[in-house]
Design a protein around this ligand. Structure first.
Ligand SMILES: [Zn+2]
Length: 256
């Protein structure tokens, strides 16, 4: 029995991943995310329902537009597959409580959109971060987080990272973190509580630093390549969502 629901969750995730591709492309450009229907950016041919099946269509079309053969970015099926896998995992973790699953599903989908919008444009839209703060606080009345921890999470999230960003700016004279990251952490605190904020800052700064150092080595010293910080924040938040308390216990046991 549980298997069929997990498969259904994976299919739901793939379909929503397909929608997220539209959101990722259109939201930062200020375009409507509901209309018009998707079309090929080169020949403007409408993408039919049959050509819009997540992942499968990409493989059947061999990664090209059916009409003009313009290559389609591999990222489209990747976002669909990623969302599909995350949704299945989310169901396995929270499926016993469908309301909790629904709330975290919306949160997770928003986080996937944040990753790719930040990579493309180095911004995190307010509609997601500020919208997430409002929605996360409202949702906390229905989750184990509770509104008190959610509220502290918003203050801790937005407040602590603001201090870090401000300190970094004072010391280096550069913008290390944008206000978008600050607001995003507020939204994470709203959904997952203040404990998740500390965890997310820890995970994102460690992974971000490692990737930053490796990127610097690969690209040569002195290059000023700006790595978006949003994806690392999302990595921390999703790690907390799936295994946060266990990971904290494990870490504390290492510390003795
Ligand atoms: Zn085309």
């Amino acid at each position: 029995m549980p298997t069929i629901f997990t498969v259904a969750a994976a299919l739901l995730g793939a379909a929503v991943g397909s929608f997220l591709n539209v959101v990722i492309y259109r939201l930062p450009l200020g375009l409507s995310i509901v209309s018009p229907p998707s079309s090929c950016p080169r020949c403007d041919t409408r993408i039919s329902a049959l050509q819009n099946i997540p992942v499968v269509s990409y493989i059947l079309l061999r990664g090209r537009c059916a009409k003009c053969r313009e290559p389609i970015s591999i990222r489209y099926p990747l976002v669909e597959a990623l969302t599909s896998v995350l949704t299945a995992l989310l169901w396995l973790r929270f499926g016993e409580d469908p309301l909790l699953f629904g709330i975290y599903f919306i949160f997770m989908a928003a986080m996937v959109a944040v990753v790719f919008i930040d990579i493309d444009h180095k911004i995190i839209p307010d509609s997601i971060s500020l919208g997430g703060i409002v929605l996360g606080f409202a949702a906390s009345f229905f989750t184990p987080v509770g509104w008190v921890d959610s509220l502290i999470g918003i203050v801790a999230g937005a407040g602590s990272l603001f201090l870090v960003a401000w300190g970094y700016h004072i010391i280096t004279g550069k913008e290390g973190m944008g206000m978008g990251d600050v607001k995003l952490l507020g939204a994470i605190g709203a959904f997952l509580g203040w404990q998740s904020v500390l965890f997310t800052i820890f995970v994102s700064s460690v992974t971000g630093s490692v990737v930053g150092v490796v990127a610097l080595k690969l690209m040569g010293e002195g290059r000023d390549y700006e790595i978006p910080y949003g994806p690392f924040i999302v990595l921390g938040a999703l790690a907390y969502l799936f295994r946060g308390p266990e990971l904290i216990d494990w870490y504390l046991s290492l510390m003795g």
